[in-house]
Design a protein around this ligand. Structure first.
Ligand SMILES: C[S@@+](CC[C@H](N)C(=O)[O-])C[C@H]1O[C@@H](n2cnc3c(N)ncnc32)[C@H](O)[C@@H]1O
Length: 238
């Protein structure tokens, strides 16, 4: 994934797609509300893993709530911003430069909450398989002796959705990547994988129980044009 890592680092040095926001992502806040209200699961004093944590907008927020957070991120530039913000906030996050498509240096069944907020979309098939196995390995199961009051861990994925999005259909046609349902964003050289509902369910349900799967539309500015982006928001357990 060295190539994609360079692409992301360039993107953070000269942003065309990512935002410089430091407040937590709105979908993350909704997920936390779901955990608290529907699952009676308080997100305090938990072990949290943020995959592709970027500049730390979610990781720093969660650490500030009193959780122990590990953030894995491929871009050195993003990580340095994340660390500076953590320092300014007076909090501690275990930021690690690494590839989420390679094995994690994390104990089995030790994590309560895992976030993948639009990060694994840029993995290739081989990396995605390792990511799925690693998340399943480190996430607590309800039967684990480490689980708190019989509750297992929860996994939140926000991933690019293919269904009903004309922009995605055009990109798959005019700028296809090498692997299934991928396209290359030529301006930044980034390959993205998109998922149909069926495809998403088939892939994740091999490892996880899907509690909720919802499609959400957002708008992104890219090169001064507004694009409609559709996302899957999935809440999962083991
Ligand atoms: C769209 S950004 C989202 C950042 C962050 N999750 C957020 O919500 O603000 C995707 C992030 O995933 C990181 N990323 C992409 N591929 C990665 C990989 N293989 N390993 C680690 N991080 C990766 C990128 O550098 C980027 O920071």
């Amino acid at each position: 994934m060295a190539h994609q890592g360079n692409v992301w680092d360039r993107e953070y040095k000269n942003p065309k797609l990512v935002t410089g926001k430091s407040d937590p992502q709105a979908d993350t806040l909704r997920f936390l509300k779901f955990l608290k209200k529907e699952q009676k699961f308080r997100v305090e004093d938990r072990n949290i893993l943020d995959l592709g944590c970027g500049t730390g907008r979610n990781a720093n927020y969660l650490a500030d709530l009193g959780n122990k957070v590990i953030g894995i991120e491929i871009s050195k530039t993003a990580l340095s911003l994340a660390k500076t913000r953590a320092q300014e906030m007076g909090i501690n996050v275990d930021y690690r430069q690494g590839d989420i498509g390679e094995k994690y240096d994390i104990e089995d069944e030790s994590i309560d909450v895992i976030l993948d907020i639009t990060s694994s979309n840029s993995l290739d098939e081989k990396g995605r398989e390792i990511y799925l196995e690693e998340v399943a390995r480190v996430l607590k199961s309800p039967t684990s002796p480490k689980a708190t009051s019989g509750k297992g861990g929860c996994f939140f994925v926000r991933a690019l959705c293919k269904d009903g999005n004309q922009n995605v259909k055009n990109l798959l046609k005019i700028s296809p990547g090498r692997e299934y349902d991928t396209y290359v964003l030529k301006d930044i050289g980034l390959t993205e994988r998109v998922f149909s509902r069926e495809d998403f369910i088939k892939m994740y349900s091999k490892y996880f129980k899907i509690l909720s799967l919802e499609k959400k539309t957002s708008y992104t500015t890219f090169n001064d044009r507004i694009y409609k982006r559709d996302y899957w928001l999935a809440y999962m357990t083991k």
